[in-house]
Design a protein around this ligand. Structure first.
Ligand code: PEP
Ligand code: MN
Length: 338
């Protein structure tokens, strides 16, 4: 159940509601945003508590929601969420291109790729400073130094920047350097991290875990929203199946299913699903056709030398050419590329 507190209510009346819930042992989350305060409960409380809450003038609405995800549900918000970040709208009629290297390797590497992508239709420049690697011996990312480089580029090119955050201790620093923070597939159910980005004030790209159901993915979005951050963008990036011709299996049905269940924007990352560059164009077109609001694609100008994921990286000029094709697909389904 979602309890909406009237905007003009002060902290004292809010404390009164909280006290009522606590006295009955009811666990709840307080989602406080600029739009107001919403208290979320797993299910409607007993009749006597309902009556007590009903009598409180600071409550404007008590909405029973029957799915486990509540703030993320269409029952809470029918219309699609549009996130406008420095003039770039995600979730609207225009499909948003997000692209960049897997990881930040050097100032020269980042500058060279960013320059080429800024000339394409890329609105969000991706690059990771913190890398979740399978092997502890693999390159782990440039860390804070990399973030500085990423931020510097934002001032040079007209693109938003995004990056992954892996550690609760880094959330504040990462959020202060980029426009969008990303929770990677491996951390989709790192609930402490989800709570922390719920309080970071920046939009969050939430990747689907490699073995997560759509419902679990939505519940992770709910964690972020329940802790005060409603700016969530879901990202399908492939799941683990028996198929080994691709790194993961891009589950485009999850996009179609999630669109029925949530108002949040949904983007697709064909790069980490495929693990190979040759099928990125086909998967990208399919993602737009199924209704994705954006694409997150890895690009490198020297894939053979890439420190991470070179096999799946497109060249900047390949991405530029792909954008022309993607715009045609977008137009065929009543949209266009931003
Ligand atoms: C990434 O986007 O850099 C990444 C590591 O992807 P994922 O978390 O989907 O594996
Ligand atoms: Mn990668």
């Amino acid at each position: 159940m979602l309890i909406t507190i009237k905007k003009e209510s002060g902290s004292q009346v809010l404390a009164q509601v909280v006290e009522t819930l606590l006295s009955r042992g009811l666990h709840h989350c307080i989602s406080s945003t600029e739009e107001g305060v919403i208290i979320g409960l797993e299910k409607p409380p007993a009749q006597d508590v309902m009556e007590e809450l009903n009598g409180m003038h600071c409550i404007s609405e008590m909405l029973p929601i029957h799915t486990p995800w509540k703030l993320a549900s269409k029952a809470f918000k029918k219309e699609k969420t549009l996130l406008t970040i420095k003039g770039v709208t995600i979730g609207g009629a225009e499909v948003v291109m997000m692209a960049g290297p897997c990881t930040i390797e050097s100032k020269q590497q980042l500058q060279s790729i960013a320059k080429k992508l800024a000339g394409a239709r890329v609105k969000v420049f991706r690059a990771s400073a913190f890398k979740p690697r399978t092997s502890p011996y693999s390159f782990q990312g440039m860390g804070a130094k990399g973030l500085e480089l990423h931020k510097m580029l934002q001032e040079e090119h007209n693109m938003l920047i995004e990056t992954e955050v892996m550690d609760v201790r880094d959330v504040e620093m990462v959020a202060s350097h980029v426009d969008i923070v990303r929770i990677g597939a491996r951390n989709m159910q790192n609930f402490t991290l989800l709570k922390e980005v719920g309080a970071c004030g920046k939009p969050v790209i939430l990747k689907r875990g490699i073995a997560a159901t759509v419902e679990e993915w939505l519940m992770s979005a709910e964690y972020i929203m329940a802790h005060g951050n409603h700016q969530v963008i879901l990202c399908e990036r492939g799941i683990r199946t028996f198929e080994n011709s691709t790194r993961s299996t891009l589950d485009l049905s999850s996009v179609a299913v999630a669109q029925l269940l949530t108002h949040l924007p949904i983007i697709v990352d064909p790069s980490h699903a495929a693990g190979r560059r040759d099928i990125i164009p086909a998967l990208s077109k399919a993602a737009i056709a199924v209704g994705a609001d954006g694409l997150l694609i890895e690009v490198h100008d020297s894939p053979l030398d890439a420190k991470c994921d070179g096999k799946q990286a497109l060249l900047p000029e390949e991405l530029t050419a792909l954008c022309i094709e993607l715009d045609k697909v977008a137009r065929a389904v009543g949209r266009s590329l931003q």
